[in-house]
Design a protein around this ligand. Structure first.
Ligand SMILES: NC(=O)c1ccc[n+]([C@@H]2O[C@H](COP(=O)([O-])OP(=O)(O)OC[C@H]3O[C@@H](n4cnc5c(N)ncnc54)[C@H](OP(=O)(O)O)[C@@H]3O)[C@@H](O)[C@H]2O)c1
Length: 252
């Protein structure tokens, strides 16, 4: 698939690790100028160097999505240094593996502030720039199959992702008239730091054995879907879609 991403301004949150780092690499490879945002700035500096060495353009951005002030400052910095945000990959997220009866208030707040409130206000900040500049926009929310089905000990995480799916529909409906397409990717199980503790355990290995193709995915497995949803022309009629990329997990 050919993309039209050359010189487009993209912002990827949670770019210091896992899926976000790969999303940033693949957008930069297609010629987008990519702001890479997260809290761990040392990791962002390494990724920016990697992207620059490969001939791309990356702007490292210290940004905490659980802080509205940080979101607004980060979005303003992107506009000042690269131009208005044209593509947002709303990827920053944390997980919490705990039985519902044991979840503490501070854990609940931290998760919702990051996965839901952060994603909402990040999308708002990007959409405000897109609307003001009258440029077509693409927002890709990284939700999860856990937002569509129950998984043991992931109640709060699943709630945040279910709400993100609803948020995607609402934004698609409200912002379509401004030429902004908002879609969500629901990944299945992908090998990143988020899954790193679980995979090697006995329970993790049992879980893998129960999967249709007995494997986790790699971050690169989402490259083509991300590019489709970020491309202007290729995704022109795709708005409000919730797309699973889970190797058949939710079908079995
Ligand atoms: N891996 C999977 O199997 C899977 C499946 C479905 C959905 N997902 C979703 O995919 C997204 C990425 O997950 P991952 O597996 O790549 O996780 P990961 O390796 O743990 O990376 C999470 C990223 O989010 C960033 N982040 C966390 N809190 C943040 C905050 N307050 N402000 C800014 N950035 C923050 C982290 O950066 P800093 O710590 O440096 O800030 C890191 O870059 C998440 O939304 C996750 O829910 C993952």
């Amino acid at each position: 698939m050919s993309t039209d991403l050359a010189n487009r301004v993209a912002l990827v949150t949670g770019a210091s690790a896992g899926l976000g780092a790969q999303f940033a690499r693949v957008l930069a490879r297609e010629g987008a100028r990519v702001a890479i945002a997260a809290r761990r700035t040392d990791r962002l500096a390494s990724l920016a160097a990697e992207i620059t060495d490969a001939g791309g353009i990356a702007l490292p951005l210290a940004l905490d999505v659980s802080s509205l002030a940080s979101i607004r400052a980060g979005a303003a910095q992107v506009a000042a240094e690269l131009g208005p945000i044209e593509i947002l990959v709303n990827n920053a997220g944390i997980s919490l593996t705990k039985r519902a009866e044991a979840v503490e208030e501070d854990e609940y707040d931290a998760l919702m502030d990051t996965n839901l409130k952060g994603a909402f206000f990040m999308a708002q900040a990007a959409a405000r720039q897109m609307i003001a500049a009258k440029i077509p926009g693409r927002i890709v929310n990284i939700a999860s199959i856990v937002g569509q089905r129950t998984v043991g000990q992931l109640s709060v995480y699943g709630m945040s992702k279910a709400a993100m799916i609803q948020m995607t529909h609402s934004m698609a409906r409200e912002w379509g008239r401004h030429n902004i397409n908002t879609n969500a990717i629901c990944p299945g199980y992908i090998t990143t730091e988020m899954a790193a503790d679980f995979l090697p355990t006995e329970a993790g290995q049992r879980f893998v054995a129960s999967m249709p193709r007995k494997r986790f995915g790699n971050p690169e497995d989402l490259d083509s879907l991300l590019l489709l949803l970020c491309s202007g022309e290729a995704s022109r009629f795709i708005n409000g879609a919730i797309i699973n990329a889970d190797d058949g997990f939710t079908s079995h």
